[in-house]
Design a protein around this ligand. Structure first.
Ligand code: ZN
Length: 226
């Protein structure tokens, strides 16, 4: 009986000290693994996301005007996910709208990238900024990292799209993906979230009482009263 009790206490202590994953900074080599090593990813923080409060007024005004443009496009076309791509010299190069065509992965960002390639032959987007009404989903964030965008700007956050607006989405902040660009290159994308946030949130509206919508899903989110 005493042994059983001891075993229980020891396993309880073990559990309380158990970490997520097996990363131990004192015993892990960071870098190229040897042929007999067990390999794992480097624990990585999400990328930082700037907000309008972090920007100087002149820069913010430029982002707001460009966000207004795609929100107006979406309103006119009755489509929610619209993206635009600007050269760093300020030229609007192309736009993209999620029309559900030619297939279900034709999100605004992907359409805009493909339009820029078709129209202008752009294959890498190092000198470009992408604007999107809604934060890039996990798929698009991955595409934007591969495309090497200099800056990505969005209106409504993924967490709000799923948790408050009841639109189906992969429950992941794009900053999770953008924070892992070190696997491709040393430079990283500047992220600016919540530009014209109130207007963008109102533009998306709410699908929570519209379960017949193609966008609708019942959210499963962790909610904290503020
Ligand atoms: Zn997407």
């Amino acid at each position: 009986m005493r042994l059983l009790l001891l075993a229980l206490i020891l396993s309880f202590i073990g559990l309380s000290y158990a970490c997520k994953g097996n990363f131990n900074p004192y015993t892990t080599t960071i870098g190229q693994c040897g042929s007999t090593d067990r390999t794992d990813w480097l624990p990585t923080d999400n990328a930082p996301v700037l907000t309008p409060a972090n920007l100087d007024p002149a820069e913010l005004a430029v982002h707001e005007a460009r966000m207004d443009h795609i929100l107006a496009m979406g309103t006119a076309l009755k489509r929610k996910f619209v993206a635009s791509i600007y050269h760093q010299n300020g030229t609007l190069m192309c736009t993209g709208v999620n029309m559900g065509k030619p297939n279900i992965i034709s999100h605004g960002e992907i359409v805009a990238i493909n339009n820029c390639t078709e129209l202008h032959g752009i294959t890498v987007f190092t000198n470009y900024t992408l604007y999107t009404t809604g934060e890039p989903c996990a798929m698009c964030a991955g595409a934007l990292v591969w495309a090497d965008f200099k800056t990505v700007v969005w209106g409504t956050y993924n967490s709000d799209l799923l948790c408050k607006i009841c639109m189906s989405n992969i429950p992941m902040d794009s900053a999770y993906i953008f924070g892992r660009s070190y696997g491709l290159r040393s430079s990283s994308t500047t992220l600016i979230g919540g530009v014209r946030r109130a207007q963008a949130d109102a533009f998306f509206g709410s699908y929570c009482s519209n379960p017949n919508s193609i966008y609708y899903i019942q959210p499963k989110c962790a909610c904290t009263p503020q």
